[in-house]
Ligand binder design. Structure first.
Ligand SMILES: [Zn+2]
Length: 410
């Protein structure tokens, strides 16, 4: 099989400074050489050449998505509903869906990932079809089987549902205890224990809203009403535990290097220090937080304090597209408003290596011996490539290579 030499004016390997007039040689599903195009042409004779404009990067890693909430849920993103209402509407909408509907929905999301340069995803799943779809198109990453709305009484039946998801093959599986307000603390803990016993990674939503903070602190507020409406028996109801969501999650065993959390909006300096200590990556979802009026994550603090971060889009139920560079641009704008002037380099790192760390996978770089997952964005190449990617990259992915195969080209 002939090798393919992908050539671009700038290549970001994420291991070194941007490579001018760079090239990446791909054979089957692996990168076999990286360097300047002159060097690679000299070293390798019989290759097929693809010349691209702009900046080449490793395939982007979306650290938090729900592929199953695809195009059929898109009207919810534009609905301007406050969080508690949005989640009630989302829950109601789920009921009429068949397996085929879920498959079509997930396929719509997967297509949007691949056409915007994303090759790996931390995908939250509550239905099997999403696992099958992500696996069949070859998306890297993990499908995290999620449970929500489960108290101790409901655990035996919910566990059966979880086992069905965890037994669905085609892609690596992890475990997602949804949140501290949709699960009994005991159930949350059981899910953590189960994941660890099986060597699976964990990915809960954490510290997303002020309502969640109030619920954990005192067991009151919008989520107390939510819990009463559905008749769940949760330990925190009416009492809380008098601490932050991050600290309580840690008490339940829910932080660690095998965990990454979504959102991390309502966190103080102590919470951030604890997340660092536990080596837990936070997947930031800036646009989803804005749409659901959840608040703004302290991006500037995360960056200046050195917290490990990644970036996720969340789902089409709360954002207009699944373009990870658009998400990163919104996160850049937020960091700047918070006084962090040049977050570009750190954010491109979050899109690649940060996502890889979140998943515990060897992804997010272009190096000999690594998987041939890469993306090309038609952006200006004169100045700093990181700045150009965030400013001009959204909507401008011209090629995506997944495991050596060209899966998107424009
Ligand atoms: Zn989510």
């Amino acid at each position: 099989m002939t090798a393919t030499l992908h050539v671009a004016p700038v290549v970001l390997t994420m291991l070194d400074e941007p490579l001018r007039d760079g090239a990446v040689l791909v054979e089957q599903d692996l990168v076999v050489d990286v360097g300047t195009s002159a060097d690679l042409f000299a070293r390798h004779g019989d290759v097929r050449v693809r010349e691209w404009p702009g900046v080449m990067t490793p395939g982007l890693v979306n650290a938090h998505a729900h592929l199953e909430y695809g195009p059929p849920f898109a009207d919810l993103a534009a609905g301007n509903l406050p969080f508690a209402q949005w989640i009630a509407e989302l829950t109601a909408r789920r009921n009429g869906m068949t397996d085929i509907d879920w498959q079509v929905s997930a396929r719509g999301s997967a297509h949007r990932l691949l056409t915007s340069g994303t090759t790996a995803v931390a995908d939250i799943v509550t239905r099997g079809p999403a696992i099958v779809v992500a696996g069949s198109v070859g998306l890297q990453g993990i499908s995290y089987a999620e449970l929500a709305g489960v108290d101790v009484k409901g655990w035996p039946v919910a566990l059966e549902r979880l086992e069905v998801l965890l037994g669905t093959t085609g892609r690596e599986r992890g475990v997602s205890p949804h949140t501290l307000y949709t699960l009994s603390s005991q159930v949350f803990k059981q899910m953590v224990t189960l994941a660890r016993a099986r060597g699976m990674r964990l990915h809960p939503h954490l510290a997303e809203t002020a309502d969640e903070a109030e619920w954990v602190l005192s067991g009151t507020g919008a989520f107390a009403e939510f819990v009463e409406r559905f008749g769940f028996e949760f330990e925190l109801h009416g009492n809380g535990v008098g601490m932050s969501a991050v600290r309580h999650c840690d008490e339940l065993g829910g932080l660690g290097p095998d965990v990454h959390v979504a959102h991390g909006v309502h966190v103080d300096a102590d919470d951030r220090a604890l997340l660092r200590e536990r080596r837990t990556v936070v997947a930031l979802c800036t646009r989803s937080n804005a749409a659901l009026q959840a608040g703004e994550a302290p991006v500037a603090d995360y960056l200046s304090e050195g917290n490990p971060i990644a970036i996720g889009t969340d789902s089409l139920a709360s954002v207009p597209d699944l373009d990870l560079l658009a998400e990163a641009r919104a996160t850049r704008d937020l960091a700047r408003r918070q006084g962090f002037e040049h977050p570009e380099r750190a954010l491109v790192r979050a899109l690649t290596l940060g996502g890889a760390q979140a998943l515990g996978h060897d992804l997010g770089t272009l190096r000999p011996g690594g998987r041939a997952d890469l993306a090309v964005f038609d952006v200006p190449v004169e100045g700093d490539a990181h700045e150009a990617l965030l400013e001009h990259g959204p909507g401008h992915c011209v090629a995506t290579v997944l495991g050596g195969r060209l899966v998107h080209r424009r």
